[in-house]
Structure formats: structure tokens, C-alpha cells
Ligand binder design. Structure first.
Ligand SMILES: [Zn+2]
Length: 554
């Protein structure tokens, strides 16, 4: 019988996706491979969208929760829409490459959360407005600038207002750009705001800008600190509902052995620690993490940067509290990474070292001019800049609206993003292929006397990673140790004093433990060996007792 297989849809790299477009693509993936892909929600967002999770695995080899699992999350930061693309690209490739290129889906379950922050992302995708994680409109203080598209061009851009005390001036070398005012700058001078209206304005200059107060990547549990020690921390770890949904999922899945997060800063592969130093990481763990990171660097051609060094070159260090990479290692016991996929500056040829090395205003201005020159040369696509147009603001009076299209500055140009997603996907294949794999081998039942049997089975971890993943993981209660249960069927008595065995964690890939049971029973009676392998996956074996040898001399 000919099997009809629908083609797995290709992910278009044309523009950043709205929530509806992302959901439609996920639905198409599921429709193309309904046996391998299932879509579910981790829970609703604050505004009522679903935090969608696509689970990929081959059910013929067992359900997702019985296998080692790998999780990818993207777009925790509202403007970092490229993360959604990278996560969707991975999902698409895993389905399109299976089973011809990889057997991974038979052994691993992938959980892909392409848009952890559907509300913030929707705001940026549909307006280009500027928020870190979410808008704060439930509790607006007076004098807060609320972003909106005043002139109806479909974009939230910037407003510049001419003022003698303005701190910005026109760049004499590229009149499209504004530069910081200097003593020798020539008027006119400007104040610059995001496009929008001021809530309950008292006429003063003391304006707050909405959407800057909470950063969900400061909401994770490890080393969480409140404001002011950590800007953006929120009320308590996982106080944002979307973060709470994800944390609940992570801690309910003791089978997770690796996690990857997607962001879009200057392109780099980030590893723990997020604060402190490498001394906070077990030495052997650090070596293994670096081995993985080296492969990532080779496959993606990106620099590997500990989060503490992901900052301007003249900074003492990033020291992010309540941050994902340190939480992934310290609280989940896993080797986790983040990819910063790159900004529009990366597309224009400015790499991590150059972007983080722009220390003075002059260097940053030169970077912006270089970006616009690159943009002019490639036919001004994508739309990263809109010329200033006069507008009569209902509160501020005459202003100009225009400037940077922040949504497009946040990520790489689409053609470059596709190449980068293909590279980071290769790393995911490598990382995921290291999964622990707990097996039951050499299962046999042998009659040793009439009606008496010896049952043996070898339990081993044939994967590259141990079932505790890291030395840190071995000391955490979260990663389930390996357990073997022996369930005798009807008519079987267990003679051994112990039926169930707790084996602790298993290193890989050689070795293992040989287990033995003695039972009394009749030919054909069956018993079941159930293996709970934690991160290595679960498996089950039922065996029937063979015929007994005839009585000696009978
Ligand atoms: Zn980010």
C-alpha cells in the first residue's frame, strides 16, 4: 500500500510573524505529520493568548514523557521575534529530516515553545513599538508615555520635539540620524520620545516610558534578586504568568536533559554563568559544557561567551540575577545555552566584538552611519528607517514622527536569519544526540530447577550523557534516578528478597548493572520489568517463563 505523505511546509523568511501567522504555521506542521507532532498550550498569557508548545516525537517508540526530552524556547523578550523563527525552523527541520536523516525523534522528545511571550511579541510584531517584555497598561502612573501609532502609518516610531534644551542634534554627516548634543553641535536641538500619548500629563518633563519595567529573563529562580539589586526582576521568581507556566512545565519534566533559549542580541552563543564566575560551576561540569560549546562554535561560527562577559568591552561584567543560563545549570542541573541570533548590525557586517566594542558616542554614531550606508546599498530593505514627517501632537504641539523602525533593528535581515537558523539547528542536533539512553538488555528467564527460574536483565545507559547529566544534577533532587520494578504476573512467586531496585544514576555509555531475580512459577506465566530511567527515558519488558526441564531421572 502506497503511503501518502504530505510535504512538510517550508518556513518563509519574509517578515517577522504575528501570533496568528505563527499559530497557522504550527497547525500546518501538525497537519503534515500528525503522528509525530502535537500542539498544546502551557497556559494562557496575561492577555489571553496561549503559550503554545509543539511536542515532536515518534510515538511508535513510546510516548514523549517516557523519553529523554529537549526543550527550546524563543521570544521571551518582546522585540526578539527572530527567536520564534529559529524555534519554528528547528521544528520544521526535525519533521522534514525524519526519519531519513535522523533517528532522533525515535529516541528523543522535543518540546518547542516558539513564543514564550505572545503578548509582548504581538505588540512589537504589529506596531514596531518598544517594550522589553510586556506593556504595563494595567497600572499606569500619571506622566507615563503610552505608545501608539498617532499618524496612522501602521508603525510606532519616534517623536522628536524641537527644544532649546534638547539633548539630541542632527548628525551633520548623515542628516537622517540624531546624535547626542555636544558643546559644538548646531541647532535645532530635540527631545526624543517613542510615538504616543502621555497619560494624565501635568505638563512637566518628568515622563516615564511604558514597557521598560519588567524583564522576564530576570524572573528565573536561581539567584533571583528584587529591584533595585536586579532591574526588571518583577515581584518574585516566575511572578509573570507565562514564566510560571514554563517553570511548572520544566519542573514537571524530570526527563529534560537539555534546554536552549533563543535571543537576538549581537550574535554569540551564551553559556552559564549569568553572574559570578566560572568558579561557581563544578570543574568537570565546566569542562563538559565547554566541550559542547566548542562544537557549537564550530557549527555556528559564533563566539562562545559566558553571560557574565556578554556586555560592553569596558564593563566589569553583566552579573544577571534570576537569569536563564545559571538557573538551567544550578536549579535544573542541565547544560543549557542561549543563542543571540544577531541584530541588524550583524547583517551589516558588525560582529559581536565590534558591537560590544563601541564604547564612545562617536563609535556608536559611526556604527549607525555604517548601518545606513549598508542599507542604502542593498536597496533599503528591510524598512529600518522612516524619514521624519511633521505632526501636530495633541499634547506636545508640533513634533516630527519618524526615525528607527526598532522591530527591524532588533534582528538580522531575513535572508541572514535563515542561514543562522540552519547553523544553530545543527548544534541542536548535536546537543540532542548526547541524550542519555537507558536500556534493558540481555533479558532472559532460565529454568534452574523444576518450577524455579532465574530471571536476568542488564540495565545500562548507552547515551553519551549520564542520567544525572551533570555533577550538579547528581546532587539535585529534580533529575530522577534510575529505578527498576519487577512485577510478577499471576501464578509467579518471587523468591528473591528484593523485587524493585533503585539504581541511582548511571554513567554512559559503557557498563551497566546486571540484575537477577529468582521466581517460582509455571511455564507460560509472565512477568514484567518496568524501567524508569529519569532523563534516560522509560521502558518496559514483559517476558514469559520457558518450559521447565524434566525432573531428573524422570
Ligand atoms: Zn533577549
Amino acid at each position: 500500500m502506497a503511503r501518502r505523505t504530505r510535504a512538510v511546509p517550508t518556513l518563509p523568511f519574509r517578515h517577522f510573524l504575528t501570533y496568528a501567522e505563527m499559530e497557522a504555521f504550527l497547525d500546518k506542521l501538525v497537519a503534515a505529520r500528525p503522528t509525530l507532532a502535537t500542539l498544546h498550550s502551557l497556559g494562557p498569557s496575561r492577555e489571553g493568548r496561549q503559550v503554545l508548545c509543539l511536542t515532536l516525537t515518534d510515538p511508535a517508540t513510546g510516548p514523549a514523557d517516557d523519553k529523554p526530552a529537549y526543550l527550546i524556547h524563543g521570544n521571551i523578550h518582546a522585540a526578539e521575534l527572530s527567536g520564534t523563527h529559529a524555534a519554528l525552523y528547528t521544528a520544521r527541520q526535525l519533521l522534514a529530516d525524519t526519519p531519513r536523516k535522523t533517528k532522533l525523534l525515535q529516541r528523543v522528545a522535543f518540546h518547542i515553545v516558539p513564543r514564550l511571550n505572545p503578548d509582548g511579541a504581538e505588540f512589537v510584531a504589529t506596531t514596531s513599538g518598544s517594550v522589553r517584555s510586556r506593556t504595563d497598561r494595567s497600572d499606569l502612573a500619571p506622566n507615563t508615555l503610552v505608545q501608539s501609532d498617532l499618524d496612522g502609518d501602521g508603525l510606532i516610531l519616534q517623536m522628536r520635539q524641537q527644544r532649546p534644551d534638547g539633548d539630541w542634534a542632527v548628525d551633520p554627516r548623515d542628516r537622517r540620524l540624531l546624535v547626542r548634543r555636544r558643546p559644538d553641535s548646531k541647532p535645532p536641538f530635540y527631545k526624543v520620545y517613542p510615538e504616543g500619548r502621555i497619560h494624565q500629563w501635568d505638563g512637566s518633563d518628568h515622563l516615564a516610558i511604558e514597557g521598560r519595567s519588567i524583564d522576564w529573563n530576570r524572573q528565573w529562580s536561581y539567584d533571583w534578586r528584587p529591584e533595585p539589586e536586579q532591574g526588571g526582576a518583577g515581584d518574585f521568581p516566575y511572578s509573570e504568568p507565562e514564566m510560571h507556566h514554563l517553570a511548572t512545565f520544566l519542573h514537571a519534566h524530570g526527563n529534560l536533559f537539555g534546554i536552549l533559549g533563543y535571543h537576538t542580541g549581537p550574535a554569540a552563543m551564551l553559556r552559564p554563568p549569568s553572574a559570578g564566575s566560572d568558579d561557581d560551576i563544578d570543574e568537570a561540569d565546566l569542562r563538559k559544557m565547554n566541550d559542547l560549546a566548542r562544537v557549537g562554535a564550530r557549527l555556528t561560527r559564533l563566539p562562545v561567551v559566558p553571560v557574565v562577559r556578554y556586555c560592553r568591552k569596558d564593563s566589569r561584567g553583566a552579573n544577571l540575577r534570576g537569569h536563564f543560563p545559571s538557573t538551567g545549570y544550578q536549579h535544573l542541573g542541565l547544560f543549557v545555552f542561549e543563542f543571540e541570533l544577531g541584530t541588524i548590525m550583524d547583517s551589516a557586517g558588525m560582529d559581536f566584538d565590534q558591537q560590544m566594542g563601541m564604547l564612545t558616542e562617536q563609535q556608536r554614531e559611526a556604527g549607525a552611519r555604517r548601518l545606513l550606508r549598508w542599507w542604502d546599498k542593498r536597496g533599503r530593505k528591510p524598512l529600518i528607517y522612516v524619514p521624519w514627517k511633521p505632526f501636530d501632537h495633541p499634547q506636545l504641539g508640533p513634533v516630527d514622527i519618524g526615525g528607527r523602525v526598532l522591530r527591524e533593528w532588533a534582528g538580522m535581515a531575513m535572508a541572514d536569519l535563515r542561514t543562522r537558523c540552519a547553523a544553530t539547528y545543527k548544534f541542536t542536533l548535536h546537543h540532542a544526540a548526547q541524550h542519555p539512553r537507558v536500556t534493558l538488555e540481555e533479558v532472559e528467564a532460565k529454568a534452574v530447577a523444576r518450577g524455579i527460574y532465574r530471571i536476568r536483565a542488564r540495565v545500562a545507559n548507552r547515551g553519551a550523557l549520564p542520567t544525572h547529566i551533570s555533577n550538579r544534577g547528581a546532587r539535585l533532587r529534580r533529575l530522577r534516578p534510575v529505578r527498576v520494578e519487577f512485577h510478577p504476573g499471576k501464578g509467579i512467586d518471587v523468591l528473591s528478597h528484593q523485587a524493585h531496585h533503585s539504581l541511582g544514576h548511571l554513567a554512559g555509555p559503557s557498563g551497566g548493572r546486571l540484575l537477577e531475580w529468582f521466581v517460582r512459577g509455571k511455564k507460560g506465566a509472565s512477568c514484567r520489568i518496568a524501567l524508569h530511567g529519569g532523563t534516560g527515558g522509560d521502558t518496559d519488558h514483559t517476558l514469559a517463563l520457558p518450559p521447565s526441564p524434566p525432573r531428573a531421572g524422570g
